[in-house]
Design a binder for this molecule. Structure first.
Ligand code: DGP
Length: 119
């Protein structure tokens, strides 16, 4: 799996494109999605160069994987969604509808999410 360092999230990580940062630590950056689908819609990305969830699960260190998932709970707290709930989505590759080839988790909430749409 070849990582393309010209992708938009790599540029955000390098500070070449601005973002509305929600949370940042040594493992992740979380920022608001530019095209929100719900009142709350942010993206969590690992700081390491991983194309998608498969690449991350296979090649990230245990520390990076734990760091990523620990950050999710912190971000949910920051966005005040721990009581009401939220939806987490990893779009992966072509069939998953992934547009940006840097692994990311969508966190959506702020109101009840619609039923899952398959088609
Ligand atoms: P996906 O289809 O899962 O690859 O979703 C990519 C998301 O990234 C999509 O919801 C829009 C968002 N996005 C694309 N470009 C930018 C950007 O430059 N800034 C921000 N904040 N979000 C972006």
């Amino acid at each position: 799996m070849i990582y393309n360092s010209k992708n938009i999230f790599a540029k955000i990580l390098r500070g070449e494109i601005p973002n509305n940062t929600v949370y940042e630590d040594e493992y992740v950056l979380c920022f608001d999605d530019v095209n929100p689908q719900m009142p709350i819609h942010c993206l969590i990305i690992p700081k390491g160069a991983y194309v998608n969830l498969n690449d991350f699960s296979r090649n990230a260190s245990d520390e990076e994987i734990v760091g990523f998932y620990r950050a999710v709970e912190k971000i949910v707290e920051i966005k005040k969604m721990s009581g009401s709930g939220y939806r987490a989505i990893f779009n992966t590759d072509d069939h998953g509808g992934q547009e940006v080839p840097h692994m990311h988790m969508h966190i959506l909430g702020g109101e009840k999410c619609p039923s899952m749409i398959v088609k």
